[in-house]
Design a protein around this ligand. Sequence first.
Ligand code: B12
Length: 212
Amino acid sequence: MLKPEDFYGALREVEFSLIDDLVKKAIAEGHSAPQILNEGLIAGMAIVGKEFKARDLWVPDVLLAARNMHRGIELLEPLFSKEGGGSKWKIVLGTVKGDIHDIGKNLVSIMMTGSGFEVVDLGVDVPAEKFVTTIKDHQPQIIGLSALLTTTMLEMRNVIDAIKGSSGDIKPYVIVGGAPVTEAFAREIGADGYGADAVSAVEVAINLLEKK
Ligand code: B12
């Protein structure tokens, strides 16, 4: 059993050595990458989130935890990625305008890549128009929008309206996610799919594409 408190401790460290050791040890002990991610890193980050909410931690602490989380994910990434094979589908991913949270989006990117998608990652704070121009340039089958704030989740509706209202011939499916987003909200704003985590993100995308 992995202990979330151990990962929490490593996420709070200034040095990378603790998170490196913990993730490498968990791999060596035979824990699977999804297990290390969910029971270790994400569970550890949930404690950081709780303390941040309770004001026991501050933005610099959370930034440090985010940096360490990225490091841990980097170590797991090779275990998720499949070798070879041309990409069958393309997804454009981005965190919407006003929002700079990217840990969840990056996990979705890793899982999509590992499942045979070519990923065009637009990063964070992405305006609606950027999604529209990228659809013209890259012709993806799926757009994935991420938002972590109750304020920026509303921006998802603008992006969906901009995509639907654009003049281009290509109208990709739009899937949405991020901690405050729900299935009901996704339906309300006209998204084609919602994923509660990175694994469901892939399942939702593939279900949409295969029903075509
Ligand atoms: C890390 C963090 C930060 C870091 C972000 C660093 C980074 N590079 O991402 C920093 C310090 C920068 C930050 C800043 C802020 N944050 Co912050 N942050 C968090 C924290 C602690 C963890 C988020 C996280 O990474 N979770 C782990 C990942 C793996 O989970 P996830 O993002 O939900 O992603 C999963 C799913 O949602 C899904 N998913 C995600 N994206 C997508 C996309 C698609 C298409 C699909 C299908 C699925 C999907 O799959 C992912 C993998 O399983 C949360 C607390 C929390 N409980 O969420 C607060 C939190 C989100 N932040 C919060 C706040 C308030 C802020 C600030 C406003 C603080 C401030 N006063 O400045 C700023 C806002 C900055 C901005 N404009 O965006 C609040 C939001 C409250 C609200 N109701 O809106 C939270 C909830 C903390 C709290 N409880 O108060 N934050």
